[in-house]
Structure formats: structure tokens, C-alpha cells
Design a protein around this ligand. Structure first.
Ligand code: BGC
Length: 516
């Protein structure tokens, strides 16, 4: 064994499980990128339901919405124009993530975070000051650019900085911040909607600048990851950063791993054609399917629908706030559960348990709603008790999401790609996620109007498919050093056949089957 890192009884280097103050702080700052994502997801729903905002920018939508009051519980007013405005962010993020991929690879992870912060700062300012639709949409596109850059670089940054045995915990900081961002945006909207001058929406939109400021300034002080430093030729600097984040002088084994990974990646000139190679088939499959699956859990649709149910249990005008607060608290607590269990129980246990919980809850919710509203949608209104049960199952569903597909949908892709395709792979993940979020937002209300309570069964069908998929095809990645992940695929009953013996190059740690 090179070096001589202190090894514990399990044969693992101690520093691979050590939380240093330095790594904690760097990851805390970086994960604030999740705030940008969360705030921007959360803010638009509230703003687009403020009369003053609609009258200023979308008067025709305002008029139509007031005229068309439907009693059908399934078919709510649906404006394509408004959803297009909301979704322009996702399309911009989709494209931006590809640009971010090159930047992250060639100039380092932290510059992508910086660009993300600046784009959101400018976007929020434009939105807050907007006098016409053009500026409003331009601002929203810039927010999308920010989200694309943040989601492309932050999860990778966190996974590379973290010691192997705390990688899940540190990476999920990103999802925790996303959840907090959504929550804060909802509460802010609730407050600003009450501002009588009709300019409350400006405050909501402009406040997006706050999380952007944290990541913009923070990224200037963050060190880049050792992986990226070595990849770009800064070997000595990488060694210093590695010792600092691991809190140990003797980090030779891990350093060797990084150097071997970087040698491999230097041979690769075109990550985009490379990622199509046979040996990367498992990675490419996961880069596409994991974000796709995360979105067809239906989480965003159910978050949109929840306030309607809260209204029914008697919260009246406070329904949207109560929905945001209750669901927000459930999600934050359950994301913390994930943070503290993911590196012990592993990713698969959380995926399988959370998935099963979500399937059951969706079937129960669909059935409860179906019994009352039937297919016509005009039937009896829900009694308070009845609706409370629906809300309980919605919360249990959210809990399941919050410790499984929510965080793992970002964690797993960021930790499975080898260095040479990591940036490209992550941008595929981001763009698939954004694309499916976009499509979902665009068609959700129409789908609900046509499929009625069956929409919950539809999503539960997807969660069943993805849970079976995880059981069969997703290997456990907990505790495995990121640059040795190839060993996990090589050992897998199905994916192993795509990886030739020659494809397995790892440093000193890996020669001993992943154990230092
Ligand atoms: C998803 C978002 C979702 C959020 C909910 C994220 O992981 O990517 O689409 O809105 O979780 O907390």
C-alpha cells in the first residue's frame, strides 16, 4: 500500500470518514447553490397568481381566469402562456447545463458556481424591476442559466470534496437547500401578496438575488476540488487542498487514485463522443433514467395540487401558506433523515423503502379522491375529516420522496461518472431533469383534467417501474471512493458485461478491491 494512511479495522483509511471543519464549511457554502434552484422553483407559482402581476404582464390571462370559473374539481383554469413563462426557466437551464459542462471541466467547478450566481443576480434584478414582458422573460431566462450552471456544478463539487464515507451526507446538503429555498419562496410570496400597492411580486422576484449573492461571493473563496485541480494540471495545489479537506498529511492513496483518473481523462479529447462508448453504457443509462424517474414521481404536480386540498380542510385563504409550511417542514425533516442514514443504510435501501411508501400513498390518495369526486369531478365536496386523511397521505408521500428520489436523484448521478465524462454526464442529468420538469409543468393540468384521480395511479405506476429498476439495475455506491466507482459496475450482475477487464484502472486503493 502506498503512503500509509491510518487504516481502521475495516481496512478503510480513517480520513475517508472524517468530517473536517474545512470540508464542512466548503460544502455548506457550495450547497447554497440549491437555494437558487429551490427559490426559483417556488417563487413563480405564487407570483403568477397575484392579480397585480397578471394585470401588468398577462392581462388576457387575468380576464380569462376571472371569467372561467369551473366547478369541476379536476379541470382548473389552465393558461399555456403562463406555464410557458414559468417553464422558460427550465428550457434555459437545459441548454445552459451543456455550456456549464465545458466550463466545469476546463476551468473548474467553482467558476461555474460563480457564473450561476452572477446570472441569478442579474436575472433577479431584471425581474424585480421589469416594466414589460420582454424584461420579465429575459430575467427568467437568466435565472434558468443560473440553475443550469448551479445544478451542473454543485452536486459534482460536493461529491468530489466529500470523503467517501460521508459523500451522501454532504451531497444531500444540496437537496436540503433546495427544499429550504422552495419553502422560503412560498412564505415570501404569502407575505408579498398582502402588500397593498400591487408591487409585492417585485419583492418576491428580486429576493432571488439573496441566495445568488451567497454563491457568487462564496465561490470566490472556495477552493476547487482536488479532482478538478489535478485534471487541469495543478498537482501540488491539489495535494494541499486534499490534505486540508481530509485533515491528514498522508493522503497518498487517494491522491494516487485522482492522478490515475486524471491520466485517463487526458486521453479523452471529446467527452461527448466518449460517453457513447460501450463501457459507459451503465453511466449513460443512469444519467438519463435517474432524472427522468425523479420527475415522473409526480412530485412537482402533487406540490401544485396540495394547496387545493389544504383549502378543503378549512384553511381557506391561508391554505397555500399552510400547505407550504406543513409540506415544507415534512420535507426538511425527512431530508435530514436521508442525510443521516444514506451513508450507513446505503442508497438502495432508501430508494426501495421510499419508493414503496410513495406507491402506497399515491394509490391511497387517488382512491380517496376518486371515491368522492368520481369521474365527473362535480360530486360532493370533501368533508374536513376526509380531506385531512388525504393530506396525511400526501405528507407521507412527500416524506418518502424527501428521503429517497429527491436527494438521491442528484446524489447518485454525481458520484457514478468517471472523471473523463463527469461534467458531460452531469449535464445530461441536469438537462433531462429540466426537460421532464418542463413537460410535466406544461401538461399537468390537462392531464389531471383528463385522467382525473387516475393521475395518481399513473404516477404510482411510474414509481413502481423505477423501484423495480433500482432493485435490479442500480448497484450500491455508498462508501466507495468516487474515482474507483468502476469496480462497482464491473461487479454488477448486468452491467459487468459492458466493462472489459482492461477498462478497470484505479489507483492504489482500488488494487485492493476498493479498500485502501
Ligand atoms: C427536484 C425538483 C423538486 C424538488 C422538491 C428536487 O430534487 O429536482 O423538481 O421540485 O426536489 O423538493
Amino acid at each position: 500500500m502506498a503512503g500509509g494512511a491510518i487504516v481502521n479495522n475495516n481496512g478503510k483509511a480513517e480520513y475517508q470518514g472524517k468530517m473536517t471543519l474545512f470540508v464542512f464549511l466548503t460544502c455548506l457554502v457550495a450547497s447554497s447553490g440549491g437555494l437558487i434552484f429551490g427559490y426559483d422553483i417556488g417563487v413563480s407559482g405564487g407570483v403568477t397568481s397575484m392579480d397585480s402581476f397578471l394585470l401588468k404582464f398577462f392581462p388576457s390571462v387575468y380576464k380569462e381566469a376571472k371569467e372561467r370559473v369551473s366547478t369541476n374539481q379536476y379541470c382548473k383554469f389552465d393558461s399555456q402562456l403562463l406555464t410557458a413563462f414559468t417553464s422558460s426557466l427550465y428550457l434555459a437551464a437545459l441548454i445552459a447545463s451543456f455550456v456549464a459542462s465545458t466550463m466545469t471541466r476546463m476551468y473548474g467547478r467553482r467558476w461555474s458556481m460563480f457564473v450561476s450566481g452572477v446570472a441569478v443576480l442579474v436575472g433577479s434584478a431584471l425581474n424585480g424591476l421589469a416594466e414589460d414582458v420582454f424584461l420579465l422573460i429575459l430575467g427568467r431566462i437568466l435565472l434558468g442559466v443560473g440553475v443550469g450552471f448551479a445544478n451542473q456544478s454543485v452536486p459534482v463539487y460536493l461529491s468530489e470534496m466529500a470523503p467517501a464515507r460521508l459523500r451522501g451526507m454532504l451531497n444531500i446538503g444540496f437537496q436540503l437547500m433546495t427544499t429550504i429555498g422552495i419553502f422560503v419562496a412560498n412564505v415570501v410570496n404569502y407575505g408579498t401578496a398582502k402588500i397593498s400597492g400591487g408591487w409585492g411580486w417585485r419583492v418576491s422576484l428580486a429576493l432571488g438575488a439573496a441566495p445568488a449573492l451567497i454563491i457568487t461571493v462564496g465561490s470566490l473563496f472556495l477552493p476547487d476540488t482536488p479532482n478538478s485541480l489535478i485534471e487541469r494540471g495543478y498537482k501540488e495545489k491539489a495535494k494541499v487542498v486534499l490534505s486540508k479537506i481530509r485533515g491528514a498529511d498522508d493522503v497518498h492513496d487517494e491522491y494516487d487514485d485522482l492522478v490515475v483518473a486524471s491520466e485517463e481523462s487526458k486521453v479523452v479529447r471529446h467527452p461527448w463522443s466518449n460517453i457513447r462508448k460501450r463501457k459507459y453504457r451503465p453511466h449513460l443509462t443512469m444519467a438519463i433514467l435517474i432524472p427522468f424517474f425523479q420527475q415522473v414521481t409526480g412530485v412537482n404536480a402533487i406540490m401544485l395540487y396540495a394547496p387545493v386540498l389544504f383549502k378543503t380542510i378549512g384553511f381557506g385563504n391561508e391554505a397555500s401558506l399552510m400547505s407550504a409550511v406543513i409540506i415544507g417542514i415534512v420535507k426538511v425533516i425527512c431530508t435530514l433523515v436521508s442525510i443521516f442514514t444514506v451513508d450507513r443504510l446505503g442508497r438502495r435501501v432508501l430508494f426501495l423503502q421510499g419508493g414503496t411508501q410513495m406507491i402506497i400513498c399515491q394509490i391511497v390518495v387517488g382512491t380517496l379522491i376518486g371515491i368522492k369526486f368520481g369521474t365527473a369531478g362535480h360530486a360532493t365536496t370533501l368533508s374536513k375529516d376526509y380531506a385531512s386523511w388525504v393530506v396525511v397521505f400526501i405528507c407521507l408521500y412527500m416524506a418518502g420522496f424527501a428521503w429517497s428520489w429527491g436527494p438521491l436523484g442528484w446524489l447518485v448521478p454525481s458520484e457514478i461518472f468517471p472523471l473523463e465524462i463527469r461534467s458531460a454526464g452531469q449535464s445530461i442529468t441536469v438537462s433531462v431533469n429540466m426537460f421532464v420538469t418542463f413537460v410535466n409543468a406544461q401538461i399537468f393540468l390537462t392531464l389531471f383534467c383528463h385522467m382525473k384521480f387516475g393521475l395518481f395511479y399513473f404516477f404510482s405506476g411510474w414509481v413502481t417501474v423505477m423501484t423495480i429498476f433500482v432493485a435490479l439495475f442500480l448497484p450500491e455506491t455508498k462508501n466507495m471512493p468516487i474515482e474507483e466507482m468502476i469496480l462497482v459496475w464491473k461487479k454488477h450482475w448486468f452491467w459487468g458485461r459492458f466493462i472489459a477487464d482492461d477498462d478497470v484502472h484505479v489507483g492504489n486503493c482500488g488494487k485492493n478491491n476498493g479498500k485502501p
